[in-house]
Design a protein around this ligand. Sequence first.
Ligand code: FES
Ligand code: FE2
Length: 401
Amino acid sequence: MTSQPEDLNILMARHKAGYALPREFYTSRAMFDQDIARVWNRNWIWVGHESQIPEPGDYFLFDYGPESLIIVRDREGAVRAHLNVCRHRGSRVCTEGAGKARVFVCPYHAWTYELTGELRAGREMGPDFDPAKWGLLPAQVILFQGMILVCPSDEAPPLADALDALAPLTAPFGFEDLKVVHEAHYPVPANWKLAVENYLECYHCAPAHQEYARSHTLKSPQQMAALLPAMQERSVAAGLPTTELNMSGADAIAPGADVYYRRYPLFDGYQTGSRSGVPMAPLLGSLQDFDGGATDVSLGILNYFLVYSDHLVGYRFVPRDVQETDIQVVWMVRKDAEEGRDYTADELTWLWHVTSQDDERIIRHNQAGVNSNFFQPGPLAEMEWAINDFYEFYKKMNGVP
Ligand code: FES
Ligand SMILES: [Fe+2]
């Protein structure tokens, strides 16, 4: 577990397309540090939805690896993100996970920051001290139809054009009018890349996900293709575009500027991802009807969404340590829906709760096997094409041509 980054770069350059990555990528501390610095700190991360911070001063923290970000609505109503690192001697400035603040006061020596991140005052710093130079470091923010994406790097992937292309496709779902019903975290003792890879393929869906496989055709490309035309007719009638948008992998404008949109059919009888197929919440946005489909959306390379006609499920795979990852699942419905009357959280979360528990188990076993000295990267199946794209992105982020 002591490989140096240089060795890892050599390994990466040698990685054979169409094969899994060598074990060092999932076991090495140096690689993990590099992943945070080169991938997570330089890409767009979906941290939440505007509805979570409706008023000035509302904030929440988003943490990954050693990093912490404060996401806050300032007095003018703008959403901002700051690095949660005091400019004095580095303490975390904000230690509550969420709340309402007038200012942020560092708990160590009480340097006091405005919601905009500017330093209001540094106690007893003398006449030559210029607070203007010592504001919290900013992270970049993109608001996409209410979804908050942040990137701590100045050189964030140029996502704007891809989001412009995506916007008309997602518009009917009314993302800006969603609210969070529930957020669950499934910690798994595995490297974050194994969790992402697991999300990116449905080769495992038939053997590993009994409940999911009953309603979702993604496990079988043939069945999906057979049911697609009928669903697309229903989609059009429901007010949904049938266009597929793939600006990801080799088709991305730049590494990390990926977006993806595809609606696919559920099995007949399923109007949404519920236990019996019946609707669970009011139709999203401007939809006129259930079309029996579900849409895969990705924003950037780290953020994935599954959009049913009546709810949305968001997924993140947040690195904590080399072999510690938080699978974070967020369920959303339209904001005017009322718990008890229009939906129940238990019913709504059932499928992706059981499915995420399955995923936790298979990812855990995957890591355990990869840790073996006898593990050798095997060939990927056709159904694992998206993992290839992920590796290509990953190599580019690490400077491998
Ligand atoms: S470390 Fe924050 S005020 Fe000293
Ligand atoms: Fe899965």
